[in-house]
Design a protein around this ligand. Structure first.
Ligand SMILES: [Zn+2]
Length: 400
């Protein structure tokens, strides 16, 4: 059956998180979004305070109240702002190294550590094993990002168990934000099940242990979620701030750029200068794979948010989507293939295999004045992401 598009936003029924269309052809994501305008968010913020009070000062050893996983983008400054300045908690900040860091991303990490005066625990998996896992997930799932997602959703939970800090504060529940899988009042939490279903594309790390893959059990240890026995024993819980605050990535990012000088940068295939600017592959290699496979790209996600907040019309959003989807990041694909040790033609062969006729690239339209004004309304205060020519793994080699 061919995909049906929501009458309000750009998502279709092919969205991998599952999208349902309701009366009048409006999607579940748009309907859940309306809660941002209808719920009593003052009450919900009080509920958040109640939820976290139970954890304040309860951790053992070092006096951390919670764990906050971060990336080097403005949105994560906002999470720390809420956790430290609004809720008055002392967080242990953790980050799983993507190994594709841009200069803006590394500088944002440094800045947030200084601005919020926090301890930052950064974990880097063995690069050779990481590459091996990326090759495997590319072949098996057409994803170069699966190993990072598996590590990023495992590491904070592992630290919670090891350091006995049971509360983890995540920014938002992506399936609720995009396709409205839950009402905010249901307070979805980060669990093994939601990780399996939405983050890992229903592929657990141990499924990579096949004879053909030559991956050994110890090589997936960094990706394996702690056991239910340990999680229960330590009472580990992952809260999403978006259940208690009317989450708006754009507004929060702009507030934080203004307040703390977080860095925002131009990026390939999007107008959103706040989103994923920490990673040189997200809007390039990953985005090409995503649009080839699923027929939509990251700019679609940003445009759906902008439509729902009433900041752009659907007809303008359609043109802007096509404008950015037509951009081919050839240099970035070449850099990635050289890094991974695969031929560029092999990457293009793979994208061709997964591209359906519906997803075939379309010609690049010209943006009118109104559309250009919208695109230019996103702020920048540092060099474009594409100026980072070589991935920064440890923060060495930064130009100052
Ligand atoms: Zn919709």
């Amino acid at each position: 059956m061919s995909a049906i598009e929501c009458k309000r936003c750009l998502y279709t029924t092919r969205h991998p998180f599952g999208l349902t269309l309701h009366a009048e052809g409006i999607c579940s994501g748009c309907l859940t979004h309306e809660e941002k305008h209808t719920l009593d968010w003052t009450l919900r913020r009080e509920l958040l305070e109640k939820r976290v009070t139970a954890y304040a000062g309860k951790s053992h050893g070092r006096d951390y109240d919670c764990i906050v996983p971060v990336r080097g983008t403005p949105e994560y400054f906002y999470v720390l702002h809420v956790v430290k300045n609004v809720l008055g908690l002392n967080p242990l900040v953790v980050a799983y190294n993507s190994q594709f860091n841009s200069e803006a991303g590394i500088k944002n990490f440094d800045l947030l550590r200084d601005v919020f005066d926090v301890d930052l625990l950064h974990y880097t998996s063995n690069p050779l094993i990481y590459k091996k896992l990326i090759r495997e997930s590319l072949a098996r799932l057409s994803s170069m990002r699966w190993p990072f997602i598996a590590g990023e959703t495992q590491f904070p939970v592992q630290v919670a168990v090891e350091k006995k800090i049971p509360l983890i504060v995540w920014p938002f529940h992506q399936p609720t934000e995009q396709t409205g899988t839950h009402s905010y009042t249901e307070e979805p939490e980060m669990t093994r099940r939601s990780r399996h279903e939405f983050d890992l594309m229903r592929c657990e790390p141990d499924e990579l242990l096949t004879v053909e893959s030559l991956i050994r059990p110890r090589e997936i240890e960094d990706l394996e979620y702690p056991s239910d026995r340990l999680l229960t024993k330590h009472g580990v819980r992952g809260l999403y701030l978006s259940n208690y605050l009317p989450w708006d990535s754009r507004r929060y990012s702009e507030e934080i750029i203004e307040r703390y000088g977080a860095l925002a940068a131009l990026n390939r295939r999007t107008f959103d200068t706040y989103d994923r600017i920490d990673d040189c592959t997200y809007m390039t290699v990953h985005d090409i794979l995503k649009s080839s496979k699923l027929g939509y790209s990251r700019v679609t996600d940003s445009l759906c948010r902008e439509i729902r907040f009433g900041r752009i019309s659907k007809s303008d959003a359609k043109v802007i989507e096509q404008f950015y989807q037509a951009e081919m990041p050839a240099a970035e694909i070449e850099t990635f293939c050289a890094w991974l040790g695969i031929p560029v033609v092999g990457f293009h062969w793979l994208t061709k295999q997964i591209t359906t006729s519906e997803n075939a690239p379309r010609p690049r339209p010209v943006l009118n004045e109104k559309q250009q004004t919208f695109v230019a309304s996103f702020k920048t205060n540092t060099a474009p992401v594409w100026e980072t020519k070589k991935y920064i793994v440890y923060g060495k080699g930064l130009s100052v």
